[in-house]
Structure formats: C-alpha cells, structure tokens
Design a protein around this ligand. Sequence first.
Ligand SMILES: [Zn+2]
Length: 462
Amino acid sequence: MRQPMISLALLGLLAATTGQAQTASPAGRIETAAKLRDAALADNKAWALLSDLTDTVGPRLAASEAEARGRVWAKTALQKLGFVNIREEAFPMTAWERGTASASIVGSNHALAITALGTSGATPKGGLTAPVSCFDNLAAMRAAPVSEVKGRIVFIDHRMTITQDGSSYGVNGGVRRIGPALAAQKGAAAVMIRSLATDYHRNPHTGSTGFPAGVTPIPAVALALPDAELLARRCAAGPVTVQLISTPVSKPGQSANVSAEIPGTVPGEIVVLGGHLDSWDLGHGVFDDGAGVAITMAAAAAIKSHVDRTGQAPRRTIRIVLWGAEEFGVIGGRAYAAAHAAENIVLAGESDAGADRIYNVGSRVAETGLPLFGEIGALLAPLGVQPDSSNKSGGGADVGPLAALGAGVLDLGQDMTRYFDVHHTPDDTLDKVDRKQLDQNVAAWTAAIWLAATDDRPLRTK
Ligand SMILES: [Zn+2]
C-alpha cells in the first residue's frame, strides 16, 4: 500500500501546479476516506432513507403508479440532500400486473402456495385443469420429448442452494428465466417451478421470466418450497392433476431512471453508484432494492456534506443513479447505458444484494486502476471486507450494460447467506434489516467512492 500512496502524493503536487485548487488534495484523500468511513459507521442515514421510502411509498412494481411515486420520493430526497443535476429519464416497457393466482391438487384438500412470475400469461377464464409432468430439474425438462409436455402443466423441481455470494441464484436461475419459454415451445399449458429460494416458509418467490418474440406467454407460477416438495411426492406416487388459475395482465407502459450529481472539478469523468428503485409487489421492496437505494444515497450524502463542510470537491463527478425496472430484465440499466454511451463513465457500482454486510470488494478495471483497488481494499479491511483480486467482478445487474461499454466496475459483495429467504416475497420488509450491517455498507461505499472520485488513474476497460 505504501508505493501507490507515494505516487499519489506526487500526483497531488502535479495537480496543484496545474491550478486545480478546488480539488481535494490527493495526499489527504486516504485520511479523508478513513474519516468518512468511520463517521458513516456511527450515522444512521441509510435507515432513515430506507424506512421513509418503504413505509411511505411501499412496493414499487416497475411501470406502476407506485414506482412513479418512488421516483418523486427519490427526487425530493436527493434535492433535500443537496445534490444537483437531478434528472428523470423515461423509457418505454410492457407493464405487467399480477392479478390473482391459486392452484389445487385435484382430488385432494391441498391448495398450493403459488405466485405468478413476471411477464407470464393468464389461464383461460375459469382456470385450467391438466395432468402434471414432473421434472427434477431444468435439464430434464429440456431433454423431455414433446409428448411429455404438450397440453400439460409442467412442474420443474429445480433446487438452489445457500451461498454467501448468491452465485447459486445465477447458476440455477435458468429454471425461472427460460424454463417457462422452453416449455411453451413444446406446447405446455402452464409451468410451475419450485421457487428460487432457500426458506421453508409457505411464501412463493416471484421474479421475472421471459418469452422470446414469437412465443406466446403461458401461465407460469412459482411454488413455495413446502408445496413444491408436496407436489414432487405426489408425482412420485402416481399421476397428478392440478387446477390452476392465474390472471396477470400486460399492457404498454413506461418507467424511468433517476440520477443526481456531486460535480467534480475535472469535467467529463464520472463515477456512478446506485441501486434500483423498482421492486416486486409482494413485500415492501426493502432488501430488494430499497436497501441499495438507501445505502448508496447515504454514502453519496456523506460525501456531499464533507464537500460542503470543507470546500474540497472530488476530482471526478459522483453520480447517483436509481434505476427503474431492473426486475423485468434490467430494462432501466440497458436504457441508461444506451442513453449515456457517449459519456466517460470511468467506474460504476450497484448495491443490489440486500442489506447485510459487505464481505468482499472486487473490480473489473484497466490494469492502471488496480492500485486504486489496493487502496480501497486497505481502507475496507477494518470493516471485515476481504479483497477479491480476480478483477472479473460484475458490479450489479444494472451496471452490466455500462461495463459492456467499457466502464470500470466496483463490486462491493454483500453477504447473501439469508438473502434468498425473503427475496421477492411478502417477507421483504424492514424488520429483517440489521441496522449495524446496513451502516457497514454505507461506510464501505463512502470510502470506496471517495477514493475513486479523488483519483485520476484510468479505470475504463475500453
Ligand atoms: Zn434487485
């Protein structure tokens, strides 16, 4: 860590001789980052923002009136915190509303705990009753002949496991993302999946699925784990018939991204941080992703107060972006990257993995940016954060499209051990948040963003 600090001090002298008097002194930036980090640990701004957003606006389904109220909340809060260049940028999308869903095993007393998947289609009026074809996993359904799928309700009992980094969701998520479309292409009447989940409450976990052009959306629902295991046992015992009702509606709509800035002293270099404003409709949108919104707003606000107090502006512009419609397939993230492709966004990171503590820090930056991540790693070590030096991190779903255009990636990896217990369920509520862990997130984001925004080493990968 010593070597980069010395070269930074030299860079500071160079910056001073080129007349950037307002820029935060590079020599003091490490000390300032440590102070900001420690102050954030003792603050509780993220909790105040998170409880205000989720208590007053509540769930914020993409393209809904509630999501629009979330944007009004965000712009008002950003203005109160003193940010400038507050913008709202709209984009079109298909609005999907859940309706009601119910299912029962014919000839039994069992009502199954289900919820519809985003973008899925509706059952005929009065519902549909069909024999069930059961598959242990997505691969088995994919390999099945059309005769085992056509006209049937397809049940895929694909399991995910608990992982600290949440990677099981990515590896096993295909069952929800493409399972219904694959079954539809084989003529399935409807699809039921085991929720992508790790809890055994009778809460089905929603989430979006997708149907490619030319494939008509069919009804697709997720079962709570106890109900999925019941259905699997009944399947193993003999033929099963299910009656299913699901009444979602799709129509043209729109969502928007909200952004605001702390201007830097050198025009044109931008560091982006944020979370997504939309949520699923079942819970209160706290872990996913009110927490990410509140954490990154609180971090940027801590930096803003420092700038106001000291007159020391960061070298790079710090821009907070609150994306819309992440849950329906990163629609806001894609729209944002397309609209800002010409800008020099040097680094971007999203907080979108709940409210539990950050345990590692990763990057995907040009080699010239690696010393910065050495500094960030050293500043975050006292928070219990380990460096991930692979330099292959993702940085969050909404950051993906920016990274694909060359933006460097900051990835503050959160502990997701319990994330998939409440993810996309009615249980995504404020009482699940551990306030100390929430503050640790803010401390890490504050220090990392301050270091990145007061630095001048190239970070973009192309
Ligand atoms: Zn999310």
